[in-house]
Design a protein around this ligand. Structure first.
Ligand code: GDP
Ligand code: MG
Length: 440
């Protein structure tokens, strides 16, 4: 998707005259890409109309100005779609706030409950968990295990079959103990949808939540709209947490859910572990969805890593210049730092397959690439890899020198090419992000 939209917006810089026809062609490209990302078809139609309205092609000046206006209109529309324009419930210290988690079985409620509790606990809130899932055998054990690991007090029962009774007991107990954040997990499964919604309503009526949070699987694509709507009507949630945004979720579901319910996404789940919960921010989210990564996030992380001290590299990236050596130096810094995958995710253009598999496999792969690059000479490292293609004996030499294969060396050159292309799009003067602030 990112590449497509970038290409479409790039067309803008090439077209000598931007008229209605060029605008239409570009919008067609962009809308096609959005549909591919599972954005709801009606929303895509609306975006097209709004951009056309925002950009009155005959009224605006020529050249660069026109291009900027179109780019901005597209981005603004996308940002607007994931922004619910409503406030999110904020808990108050020294008071009990009750969070009720709803959503279908398998969406990630139980996992998210603990993540959320841990998030608040780390910020100094007194938090607790209540398991009101009596439907699934083992539900209480799962919550108990997670909670124990995260050192969060919990409440549940192996014998009580009534979820409403347990929810109420748990909430009352923790309220009496002056807990500040009490999170109630529910089952999300029933033989009949009507029964599920009825159970949710009863639990809600019993515990009187301050905030009902809809937990939605981020990978469900076009089904997001109807599912979010159904839960909104039945449970009237105030906010959304989208899970499984680490895998191949295309992001379009998030846009649909917000637009269908006018409820904000507050967090996204980005993995199965306790710390894999991130605050949702519309702008970085959209930029990431467009494959552009978040420049600000990237710069921040790079600086955190001490990479920022490498002035040359940052300058090169900003200028859209990027050599094999730059990639090598990045690998070098990155491999010194812990958890790689998160970091790599923030680097635009970093191919997903590079970090496929476990953390360890990813690090190994990077080490191996660096090992191969150690057999390149200075001239090669400082190049943009073209000299390898001009003279393939260089590839053979590097393969031999590093005890690897021609194929593996070519793989690295491929990776480099992809990465360099993205760096150029991001950082180059013509890049879409040229005007975006990069200072954290
Ligand atoms: P529930 O039925 O709604 O309570 O869902 P669970 O919390 O039991 O989660 C269902 C599955 O999704 C489990 O295997 C979780 O590990 C997994 N899961 C939950 N959140 C995420 C996430 O953000 N990313 C990934 N990759 N997996 C998740
Ligand atoms: Mg569960």
């Amino acid at each position: 998707l990112g590449r497509k939209i970038n290409t479409a917006l790039h067309e803008l810089t090439k077209a000598p005259v931007i008229d209605e026809k060029v605008l239409d062609a570009i919008l067609k490209e962009i809308c096609g890409a959005l549909l591919m990302a599972d954005v709801n078809i009606k929303l895509v139609g609306r975006l097209r109309e709004n951009v056309k309205k925002a950009v009155n092609i005959n009224d605006i000046g020529g050249g660069v100005n026109k291009k900027r206006i179109i780019e901005k209109a597209v981005m603004d529309e996308l940002f607007d779609l994931v922004d619910a324009h409503t406030d999110v419930y904020k808990p108050t210290k020294r008071k009990s706030s009750i969070f009720l988690m709803v959503g279908l079985q398998g969406a990630g409620k139980t996992t998210t409950c603990t993540k959320l509790a841990s998030y608040y606990q780390r910020k100094g809130w007194k938090t607790a968990l209540v398991c009101a899932d009596t439907f699934r055998a083992g539900a209480f054990d799962q919550l108990k295990q997670n909670a124990t690991k995260a050192k969060i007090p919990y409440y549940g029962s192996y014998t009580e079959a009534d979820p409403v009774a347990i929810a109420l007991e748990g909430v009352e107990k923790f309220k009496a103990d002056k807990f500040e954040i009490i999170i109630v997990d529910t089952s999300g499964r029933h033989k009949q949808e009507a029964e599920l919604f009825e159970e949710m309503k009863q639990i809600s009526a019993a515990v009187q939540p301050d905030s009902t949070i809809f937990v939605m699987d981020g990978t469900i694509g076009q089904a997001a709209e109807s599912q979010a709507k159904a839960f909104k009507e039945a449970a009237d949630f105030g906010s959304i947490i989208m899970t499984k945004m680490d895998g191949h979720a295309k992001g379009g579901g998030a846009i649909s859910a917000v637009a269908a319910t006018q409820s904000p996404i507050v967090f996204i789940g980005t993995g199965e572990h306790l710390h894999d919960l991130e605050r949702f921010e519309p702008k970085p989210f959209i930029r990431k969805m467009l494959g552009m990564g978040d420049m600000r996030e990237l710069v921040e992380k790079v600086q955190d890593m001490g990479l920022g001290q490498n002035k040359n590299l940052m300058e090169n990236i900003k200028q859209g210049q990027y050599s094999l050596r730059d990639m090598y130096e990045q690998f070098q810094q990155i491999s010194k730092m812990g958890p790689l995958s998160k970091l790599m995710g923030a680097i635009p253009g970093m191919p997903a397959d590079l970090m496929a598999g476990s953390e360890e496999e990813g690090s190994k792969r990077i080490k191996r690439m660096m090992c191969i690059m150690d057999s390149m000479n200075d001239k090669e490292l400082d190049s943009d890899a073209k000299i390898f293609l001009e003279n393939r004996t260089r590839i053979v030499r590097v393969a031999r020198g590093s005890g690897t294969s021609v194929h593996e060396v070519e793989e690295i050159l491929n990776q480099y090419q992809k990465f360099a292309e993205m760096v150029k799009t991001m950082g180059g003067k013509q890049g879409l992000l040229a005007n975006m602030p990069t200072d954290p």
